[in-house]
Design a protein around this ligand. Structure first.
Ligand SMILES: [Fe+2]
Length: 215
């Protein structure tokens, strides 16, 4: 069952932080908290009313990231997630699906559509992402714990333009530019690694370019 309104409180987030900490390594927890901070900063700019739900989504986004491929496949069977033959070539994409599925069972108080979908799409993106999905996706890419050169570059690109000083239209355009750049980086990286590229990632990038040009 999905909640249709947000009823998340700061006290609930406090408890959630403690709970998720027990399910992951210290390194993953540090990243998780950094994503929570970053998504809260992005919410301030784009959607203050989304803050509590997206903080919750940030805390939940990687709850299955450290599970083995075998466990991911087991979770897919448990939750009737369809696994296509090519999916095992991109094992990193499983955790977004399995984490989203697990929220309803293990964390029902946070199981709103906005939380589940932000978690579901935080790795690949998809065509026509909602603002909440975009913000968690970006926060996961540029959180302050990330030192990978592409992440540092994207973090600097986004913040050095001073989005807080922009008017709303320019700020959204800047968000789209930043997201497009992130998809370009991801795809370039996957090409260099001879890895498969999720169709959802290509569609996400195309949709943003179309939106930007007003198509
Ligand atoms: Fe993450």
């Amino acid at each position: 069952m999905m909640l249709d309104t947000t009823s998340i409180t700061h006290a609930m987030l406090e408890d959630l932080r403690e709970r998720v900490q027990k399910t992951m390594s210290p390194k993953r927890y540090t990243h998780t908290c950094a994503v929570e901070c970053m998504v809260a900063r992005l919410c301030e700019l784009f959607c203050p009313e989304c803050t509590l739900e997206l903080r919750a989504a940030a805390l939940l986004h990687d709850i299955t990231k450290e599970e083995s491929l075998e466990k991911q496949l087991q979770l897919c069977r448990d939750f009737d997630i369809i696994v296509k033959s090519g999916d095992v070539l991109a094992p990193k994409t499983f955790h977004a699906k399995t984490a989203a599925a697990l929220i309803g069972r293990e964390y029902p108080a946070f199981a709103s559509e906005a939380v589940i979908n932000a978690v579901r799409w935080h790795t690949t993106g998809h065509a026509n992402m909602t603002l909440g999905e975009q913000l968690l996706y970006l926060a996961d890419y540029i959180d302050d714990s990330r030192m990978f050169p592409d992440c540092v570059r994207l973090r600097n690109y986004f913040w050095r333009a001073d989005p807080a000083a922009m008017d709303e239209g320019a700020r959204i355009a800047h968000l789209y530019d930043t997201l497009i750049m992130s998809f370009d980086m991801t795809m370039r990286h996957l090409l260099d690694e001879n890895a498969t590229i999720s169709l959802d990632t290509i569609l996400a990038r195309n949709a943003l370019i179309e939106k930007k040009t007003g198509l």
